[in-house]
Ligand binder design. Structure first.
Ligand code: FA5
Length: 338
């Protein structure tokens, strides 16, 4: 049997291509191959010889298999090399394409950063819906059917009567009902408006909204939260100021300005040399909004704020066109330092 194995190994050594190797496999290693047959012949040996011979046979068979697989690897590599050399469509002299690492989209990165900061102040982060009801987007936040504020937020209506939310405020009612009347939540999300797009207006953009409701919540709490949030986002001390502003769902309502984080309030092109950046809207939640969420406004009150996350990203990443964020423009995305 040993002589047989030696002859088999020699035969294997002389094989020069994959076709011959496949033939070899068929003749020796397949179910009906000679080696398998030799194994079957072991049963004819005397019982006292069988164990020793079986062990020896397995060692030899293993040696053939190892050599077979080595040969197979060598022949395959040789065939691939031949193909590479002869295929006119493969140019092995082309330099290696550098591995590109992916990264978070700047809006995702900024959203996570804001969520982190607000969580540290005790806010929960709620993932808002994009498709909402007319009630949630308008009526629940004190914008009844005939209110002119609806005209400023024309959007995309679905055939089922729902719409793509025009403002993150559309989540207020659901959150107040679910978590109120004592709740601190932020709810960043994508909004849609039927816009004639330009460098600062997109049809789809992100806002971030926040609410704090409870007993004894005041404008002082609002100012503290906004100042802390902005100071953390921009990594430097930010001053905030409130100007009267109208939003149907807050009373009193304010426009919130932040001291320009880029020139320390001295005036630069980002803040149009005013030293201040218009940051978003805010105010004390209107009693009608609380009532619509079954919260007694005589017992509880709170503040709400909402700002353009995409616009914030524009200042943060020095983007001169809001549309870049939806563009998938890799040159822009790669240039951003997060
Ligand atoms: C609102 O949408 C209010 N819901 C914000 C609010 C919440 C006020 C809570 C008070 C209390 P406004 O329509 O101004 O407000 O939009 C807020 C911000 O969204 C804007 O300041 C702007 O930064 C951003 N924004 C609005 N429209 C667009 C647009 N087409 N493209 C990019 N950003 C936009």
């Amino acid at each position: 049997m040993i002589e047989d194995i030696d002859a088999i190994l020699k035969e294997l050594e002389q094989i020069q291509n994959e076709a011959e190797l496949s033939e070899f496999h068929k003749s020796y290693l397949s179910k009906t191959g000679k080696l398998t047959m030799l194994m079957a012949g072991l049963k004819d040996l005397l019982p006292e010889q069988r164990a020793e011979a079986g062990k020896r046979f397995n060692e030899l068979k293993r040696a053939v298999e190892v050599q077979f697989f080595q040969k197979q690897a060598i022949l395959r590599a040789r065939a691939v090399n031949e193909k590479l050399k002869n295929d006119p469509l493969i140019d092995i002299t082309v330099p290696e394409i550098k591995k590109m690492e992916g990264s978070l989209h700047p809006i995702t990165y900024l959203t996570r950063r804001i969520a982190e900061i607000c969580s540290s102040m005790g806010f929960i982060v709620v993932d808002g819906n994009e498709v909402v009801t007319e009630f949630e987007n308008f009526d629940a936040v004190n914008i009844p059917f005939d209110h002119p504020a609806r005209d400023m937020q024309d959007t995309f209506w679905l055939t089922n009567g729902k719409l793509l939310k025009t403002q993150t405020s559309a989540m207020q009612n659901e959150i107040l009902k679910k978590y109120g009347p004592v709740v601190s939540a932020i709810f960043p999300g994508r909004c849609y408006r039927n816009e004639a797009t330009d460098a600062s207006h997109e049809f789809s953009f992100f806002q971030c909204e926040g609410m704090m409701v409870g007993k004894d919540i005041s404008i002082a709490n609002l100012i503290y939260v906004m100042k802390t949030l902005l100071t953390e986002v921009y990594g430097r001390e930010i001053e905030v100021r409130l100007r009267p502003g109208f939003f149907p769902f807050v009373e009193p309502g304010f426009e919130l300005d932040a001291s320009c984080p880029f020139c320390h309030g001295n005036g630069c092109s980002v803040c149009k040399h005013s030293g201040w950046i218009e940051f978003g809207g805010c105010g004390m939640i209107h009693s009608n909004v609380l009532s619509k969420a079954d919260i007694d406004p005589n017992e509880y009150q709170g503040f709400a704020f909402g700002f353009g996350l995409t616009r914030m990203a524009m200042t943060q990443y020095a983007a001169n066109d809001v549309r870049l964020f939806n563009s998938g423009n890799l040159e822009f995305l790669r240039g951003i330092k997060r």
